[in-house]
Design a protein around this ligand. Structure first.
Ligand SMILES: Nc1ncnc2c1ncn2[C@@H]1O[C@H](COP(=O)(O)OP(=O)(O)OP(=O)(O)O)[C@@H](O)[C@H]1O
Ligand SMILES: [Mg+2]
Length: 476
């Protein structure tokens, strides 16, 4: 209970001497103490600052202790109140308890007695505040994100989620970019026994190796220049909850070894730390890479894969489950359009349904976002669709069709020096893709997030492509 010694106290007492003695003694014990000479002044202090425990004399000028207690209890999240009574006011003290005071002390009382009561009251308040926070968290979390599924493939994935969520098993979610891997990971967490714990998300492709290590495992003060104080890593913040390792196959080899050890021993070292830290996390991981390929070429450790792949959920690309396109369109329009979602006209719906969506649900979402902006009178026609979608007739789409029309035309413009300046369709597909990426980056001042959004791909996919094309160093 010692930690309650730094609780914030307010003493409302009109006798100046007593007020000063109480203040000094309680400060000496470690409490943070404010004082007020009457009820009105105390109320003003309560408006201005956060107080855990109010020590309240009963007889005071301006506003007496009983009135102060009533007023305090009209406030949201009031402090705990301990009444300080003289012999003549014991009846009042009993009444005060009825109104909601935590306790009362009859003068004369010792500082030790006061200390014990104050600590108990502070602990009660701290529990009450924690309780409120947890309840708010549970309320937020109990709203499961809606996962649209009409196809057999998606229904099967959801069946697997329901089955695996309540266990402690690690789960690996595979599927192309934009198929909903993160959504599924969140659903697993929220349906698990850890739902009240944190869901911590780390994109393993988004940081350089040394940064990634300190993000994941944290560091001790002095671990490297600039490490002024200890910082907790995401694995520690996920204690009691779920750690979602997105793009897990992008983890550098040294961190794969450390992660494996952490999973196996349920302990890890902070960077620069010598003491093992215990942790209790459930790992959910995702990748859009082909597992055989990453194991085959040695970029991912097979033993780590077996650890995290105890249970696999594969999300089929949208083109293999076209039944989901229409309900997803309606769902996303409702999300984006609020109370008055726009209507998709039959011609546009046919085009959307026929397109192959290489960027999957994320690309569909980007396409609808754009269409809403361009739409007139709440109607989306094929004019508001990007050209590659508007052109689609049988579900075959041009390469990189996740790119908006702005991007396709921008790629005709001259690009960075040293590039061939090929038009889409000429040159290799890699050249075309590289040019489109450079063009998006140039238009956004090399802002990775904005460029990714423009291209309709996730920032991590963009990051990976930048590495493939050796463009990484040019990022700001
Ligand atoms: N079945 C679905 N129902 C509703 N929304 C979905 C569904 N699948 C995906 N989405 C939405 O599509 C978008 C992309 O999904 P998400 O970010 O989960 O994909 P991802 O597989 O993690 O992509 P990446 O590999 O690029 O990170 C999100 O806005 C998500 O809410
Ligand atoms: Mg993702």
């Amino acid at each position: 209970m010692n930690e309650q010694r730094d609780a914030r106290l307010l003493i409302a007492e009109d006798e100046a001497n007593l007020r000063l003695v109480l203040q000094k003694e309680l400060q000496r014990l470690g409490y943070r103490v404010q004082v007020a000479p009457d009820g009105e002044a105390a109320l003003r202090k309560l408006e201005e600052t956060n107080v855990d425990v109010l020590l309240c004399d009963i007889n005071m000028p301006h506003m007496d202790g009983m009135e102060l207690l009533r007023r305090v209890h009209e406030r949201p999240n009031p402090p705990e109140v301990i009444m300080l009574t003289g012999q003549g006011t014991i009846e009042n003290a009993v009444e005060a308890m009825r109104i909601g005071a935590y306790d009362y002390l009859t003068k004369p009382y010792s500082i030790n007695e006061l200390d014990v009561r104050v600590r108990q009251a502070a602990e009660k308040r701290s529990l009450r505040v924690t309780n409120q926070r947890l309840r708010a968290q549970i309320e937020r979390q109990s709203v499961l994100p809606e996962i649209v599924s009409r196809s057999l493939a998606m229904n099967e994935a959801i069946r697997l989620v329901d089955r695996v969520a309540p266990s402690e098993t690690s789960v690996l979610i595979t599927g192309e970019s934009g198929t909903g891997k993160e959504l599924i990971a969140q659903a697993i967490h929220r349906l698990s026994n850890r739902a009240n714990g944190s869901f911590i998300d780390l994109n393993c492709a988004a940081f350089q190796e040394s940064l990634l290590e300190s993000e994941l495992f944290g560091y001790e003060a002095g671990a490297f220049s600039g490490a002024k104080a200890r910082k907790l890593g995401l694995i520690e913040l996920a204690d009691g909850g779920t750690l979602f390792l997105d793009e897990v196959t992008e983890l550098p080899a040294s961190l794969q070894a450390k992660l494996l050890r952490a999973i196996e021993t349920r302990t890890f070292f902070r960077v620069g730390g010598v003491r093992k830290v215990e942790v209790n996390v459930r790992i959910v991981a995702a990748t859009n890479q082909n597992l055989d390929a990453v194991i085959g070429n040695g970029s991912f450790r097979a033993d780590l894969l077996y650890r995290i792949n105890s249970f696999q959920i594969h999300l089929a690309p949208l083109r293999e489950r076209p039944e989901d396109i229409e309900p997803l369109t309606n769902h996303i329009l409702k999300q984006l359009g609020g109370a008055n979602p726009p209507t998709v006209m039959p011609d546009a719906l046919a085009k959307i349904g026929a397109y192959s969506w290489p960027g999957n649900v994320r690309q569909l979402r980007n396409c609808l976002e754009r269409a809403i902006l361009l739409s007139n009178e709440g109607r989306i026609t094929s004019n508001e669709l990007p050209p590659e979608v508007a052109r689609s007739t049988n579900g075959t789409a041009p390469f990189m069709s996740g790119f908006s029309s702005a991007q396709l035309s921008a790629s005709h413009a001259p690009v960075a020096a040293g590039d061939s300046g090929n038009l889409p369709g000429s040159g290799s597909l890699r050249d075309v893709e590289k040019q489109q990426i450079i063009s998006a980056l140039e238009q956004t001042g090399w802002h990775r997030g904005k460029a990714a959004q423009m291209l309709g791909i996730s920032p991590s996919t963009l990051y990976r492509r930048l590495r493939d094309y050796n463009l990484e160093g040019r990022l700001q």
